[in-house]
Design a protein around this ligand. Structure first.
Ligand code: PNS
Length: 167
């Protein structure tokens, strides 16, 4: 508008199952929070997966881990179980989805979803590279190591490592 200085808040959504949150996730969330004015970390219920932890528990562990890591920036944790991911983006005014890109496998998996999300609602997807020391970490690996009695502390925030001892 003439005569006004416009400022648009850039809101991004970092979606995932976070079952549980890993150090790789935290790395990507921290990077996103440095780029965008507001980041919504969204725990998505994926009906195609049988989760280890309920959505509310995953969100609580995320909140605790983000607080413990003292990440810079404005970060909100939320959850979403009904409807399209881009519906959440529209509801909160987010124009960008952020995904961590660990390998070629992630590119192959994420690219079609990124195109469909753009077609559906004009929401763009930004891929961020995690620190290479974390690019082998996944929630499924953590669940497997924990289930077999192994130590998951190198892969997850402290609060998650503590929690997983009792799962
Ligand atoms: O951590 P995950 O399990 O890899 O996360 C996958 C997730 C939740 C990001 C993915 O399943 C997803 O984007 N779901 C949204 C469902 C949706 O809106 N689908 C239609 C367009 S792709």
């Amino acid at each position: 508008m003439p005569g006004t200085v416009g400022f648009m808040r850039r809101i991004a959504v970092v979606p995932g199952s976070f079952d549980p949150v890993t150090l790789g996730h935290l790395d990507v969330i921290g990077r996103a929070a440095k780029i965008f004015d507001e980041v919504h970390v969204l725990v998505v219920h994926n009906p195609e997966k049988s989760p280890l932890l309920p959505v509310a528990q995953r969100a609580a562990l995320l909140e605790r881990s983000i607080a413990d890591a003292a990440l810079d920036g404005e970060i909100v944790v939320a959850s979403w179980s009904v409807g399209l991911l881009v519906d959440y983006c529209t509801d909160v005014g987010a124009s960008v989805l952020v995904k961590g890109m660990r390998s070629q496998v992630d590119i192959a998996y994420e690219t079609p979803m990124a195109v469909v999300n753009r077609d559906l609602a004009g929401v763009e997807t930004v891929f961020l590279l995690p620190d290479p020391t974390k690019s082998h970490v996944s929630s499924s690996l953590v669940r497997q190591v924990a289930a077999l009695g192994g130590d998951v502390t190198p892969y997850v925030p402290r609060a998650v490592a503590e929690f997983m001892k009792h799962v």
